[in-house]
Design a protein around this ligand. Structure first.
Ligand code: FES
Length: 156
């Protein structure tokens, strides 16, 4: 069926087309500018170096957060005093997880995901375990690195 009149005018059509083109152009330019101004934005480090004294006195069966790039890292002192470090970001949809000391598990409140003390996903929708990092003590520094990344600090 052919309409006797158009639903939009030629001017509206051309304005929409031109506006869409302008939006796409400036979005691309803005993205490029942001990548130039902040080249590490959104990237995660291979390791972080922390002050050991800030983490040495946390009680057993607790966690202390640290910055893993722009993400949450969790320094974890287990019940037996051994330590671990994990990325505190859920593997389902990237919500931050919290440690539940009474249950000795990590919990993601977004969709009720659970991880055990080793970071293994044990209940709920998370498809993979939490990322676990290597923890090394070097003098008064604490080096937290991705698995397999070897870090040597310059000697003073
Ligand atoms: S984001 Fe953690 S369970 Fe969905």
């Amino acid at each position: 069926m052919k309409l006797k009149y158009s639903l939009i005018t030629r001017r509206t059509f051309l304005n929409t087309l031109f506006g869409g083109w302008l939006f796409a152009f400036f979005s691309g330019a803005f993205y490029t500018l942001m990548k130039f101004a902040f080249p590490t934005l959104g990237k995660e480090p291979d390791f972080v170096v922390l002050d050991r004294k800030d983490f040495s006195d946390i009680p057993n069966n607790s966690v202390k957060p640290f910055a893993w790039g722009g993400a949450l890292g969790l320094y974890f002192k287990k019940e037996d005093g051994s330590v671990a470090a994990l990325k505190g970001v859920c593997t389902h949809m990237e919500c931050n997880v919290a440690y539940k000391p009474e249950e000795k598990k990590f919990y993601c409140a977004c969709h009720q995901g659970w991880f055990d003390e080793t970071g293994r996903n044990i209940a709920g929708p998370p498809p993979k375990p939490l990322e676990v990092f290597d923890v090394t003590e070097d003098g008064d520094k604490l080096i937290i690195a991705r698995k397999g990344v070897k870090v040597e600090l310059p000697k003073a």
